[in-house]
Design a protein around this ligand. Sequence first.
Ligand code: B12
Ligand code: SF4
Length: 473
Amino acid sequence: MKVLLINPPAENEILSCNPEIIKSERGFDPPLGLLYLAGYLKKYSNYKLKLIDAPVERFDYPKLQKEIQKFSPDVIGITAMTFTLIDVLKTVEVAKRVCPKTKIVIGGPHVQIYPEETANLKNVDYVVLGEGEKIFLELIKNINNPEKLKLIKGLVFRENDKIINTGRPDYFNNLDEIPFPPREILPYKKYFSLLAKERIITTMFTSRGCPFQCAFCDRPAMGRIFRARSAKNVVDEIEECLKMGIKEIFIYDDTFTVNKPRVIDICNEILKRKLKFTWDIRARVDTVDEELLVLLKKAGCERIHYGVEAGTQKILNVLKKGIALEQALKAFKLTKKIGIQTLAYFMIGAPTETKEDVLKTMKFMKELNPDFVQITLLTPFPGTKVYQWALEQKIFNDYWKDFAKNPQIGFKTKYWTKELSNDELEKLLTIAYKKFYIRPIYIIKRLFKIRSFSEFLRKLKAGLKVISMKNVV
Ligand code: B12
Ligand code: SF4
């Protein structure tokens, strides 16, 4: 049995609210979901396995088609975000053209929201829900036995004209039992990021799920149950990465700092093993304190990404972020004092947000004064409370569902336009970026922090893009 996993080319990504700079300069992250599947198959089967990360390999469709034909797999697994659906389907089309008998399996964040719509798409044979490692293996083992497939939770497929949905699967309770992602099966030295200090980066998850309830995020609907790996297991994986020559690790947990004793254990384990590497985390301002930050710094944590989202308490409350502005100010002050870089995420265009609110947010950004900000227009995503409110208030119809049923190139995302029009939102986003980044004091501070000529070139290119921003969306 030959199994091919594919992260499709990024030729038709739906442009959300990200400025061009973030898209073109952000670099490449390994497709961790597929790597986890590969790790599981490697450990628990003897299938011949290949993973293609088309964006990092810069494969276009003709090249991808050749690679599929050459490997001639029995099963192809493709990862899908709602934003990458067009490329997912183009990949399916190319695969079926050269290997018509190959079974096509789709998994990833998109299918959690639109399982049956995905199973109904042309040439899609199976949809896998939830954490796919075990279910994908069970599916492949029983792929020619539909009666057995009906007993595996987490599968959606067509039988004659009927859709069979076997129901939500269970989560892994013990994350330590999942094999590490086999990064060596990809050209792992090609992954980099604009934010990184080092050239070879990788990404890692030390926990899954998020216990918070933010109204703009689909995590509450997807995976509320927070589960974490043990410190030993996490640091074993870190050590494996360092042995491969990886120099920087982005820890992508939804909120790394949910459980303070666990973070303390991870830092102490890194220190005990004397591991030297650069790493960063994503955290909430209400889950850090001085003791934790000091230890993180000691263990080499270089940067913390905080979701601040808005600079007014009114909007934070609307978004159900569950934090206070004072907590944000305190966390940033402490993080900077301790010498850890900060990145703040902000959004513009929340329900009830007026121009005055946005101007206050811009002022707050400068008051926080992080090393970097990333500002986006709030796109109500399916599966979020904000999307539900938009439907209830008839700001738009369930247009994502239409897209999920019939994906078309040229699809445009919609914003919350009750208080501010599209045009106003786009203008405010440009102003916010310029107001933050084009400040003499900021530019001088950053110039002093640059450590190499290549870093200077990358940041110069990004800076010029911000200066030339007209209409960023
Ligand atoms: C890292 C990341 C990115 C990175 C890199 C993406 C990458 N190469 O992985 C970057 C920064 C580029 C990025 C960009 C965006 N992202 Co992003 N990102 C993430 C993040 C934080 C982690 C992804 C990850 O590695 N997860 C860990 C792995 C283990 O989980 P997983 O991918 O879900 O895989 C598991 C299952 O889904 C399943 N599975 C996955 N694929 C497959 C395939 C098969 C065949 C099977 C059987 C199973 C299966 O099994 C896996 C193992 O358990 C997630 C949030 C999250 N917590 O997952 C958001 C997330 C995926 N991103 C999201 C969004 C919205 C975006 C952006 C649109 C943001 C924006 N406004 O521009 C862009 C879109 C970019 C694009 N068009 O590709 C949403 C997707 C929602 C959706 N409906 O699709 C998420 C879920 C965040 C959120 N809550 O809103 N993102
Ligand atoms: S935004 Fe972050 S903290 Fe809030 S629910 Fe989503 S993942 Fe959790």
